[in-house]
Design a binder for this molecule. Structure first.
Ligand SMILES: CC(C)(COP(=O)(O)OP(=O)(O)OC[C@H]1O[C@@H](n2cnc3c(N)ncnc32)[C@H](O)[C@@H]1OP(=O)(O)O)[C@@H](O)C(=O)NCCC(=O)NCCS
Length: 162
């Protein structure tokens, strides 16, 4: 099966938001509250927000599979590429889709002449941390980030040179 990452098209925004909920519900209940999951999904996957990012050259969304089985979102953040989202359907994990999405994001970031790819990952998300280490990222900072509305994220910051 060919699953080369492609840029997300506007008509797939709803499918990606639904996929995000599926992956989040399989991943985060052990790590953060359901209220925080619901609030973050509503904020980060609001269709209007994704559509405006699709129109913004400082952002790039990638998707694999038809219908979408995984997606990633990277954007320019100061002089670094910020990998803001990397999610693969629970039934399709561990087959290299995450690695392919990461490569697409890193390639985009190199084309923007950005020297570093950076991300945040929940400190308890050991599978994702293992995946990121396998992709070549290293932990550079660990702290609690206040994201407002009474919610925090207890994260590692991980980076790789591009
Ligand atoms: C993290 C994630 C994006 C990786 O994508 P993927 O397609 O599953 O990963 P790949 O096939 O590219 O690489 C797999 C590596 O990740 C780690 N990994 C991924 N899923 C794992 C699992 N269920 N158990 C253990 N290790 C796992 C392993 O190191 C694995 O390498 P290996 O198979 O050679 O041992 C994906 O597992 C995912 O969506 N997880 C849930 C959501 C999440 O936590 N996203 C990151 C938010 S910061």
């Amino acid at each position: 099966m060919t699953d080369a990452p492609r840029r997300l098209s506007p008509d797939e925004v709803g499918a990606v938001a639904a996929l995000a909920r599926t992956v989040w519900q399989a991943t985060y209940p052990a790590l953060i509250s359901q209220a925080q999951i619901d609030a973050m999904l509503a904020d980060r996957y609001a269709p209007a927000r994704i559509h405006s990012q699709l129109d913004d050259p400082c952002h790039a969304w990638w998707v694999v599979g038809l219908p979408p089985a995984g997606f990633a979102h990277v954007f320019t953040d100061s002089n670094a590429a910020r990998l803001d989202k990397l999610y693969v359907h629970p039934g399709r994990q561990r087959r290299g889709l995450g690695a392919a999405l990461l490569r697409a994001c890193a390639g985009w970031a190199r084309a923007q002449n950005l020297p570093v790819l950076r991300l945040q990952v929940n400190r308890g998300n050991t599978r994702a941390i293992r995946a990121y280490e396998k992709y070549g990222l290293r932990i550079v900072e660990s702290r609690v980030f206040d994201i407002g509305d009474g919610y925090v994220m207890d994260d590692h910051v991980m980076e790789m040179r591009l």
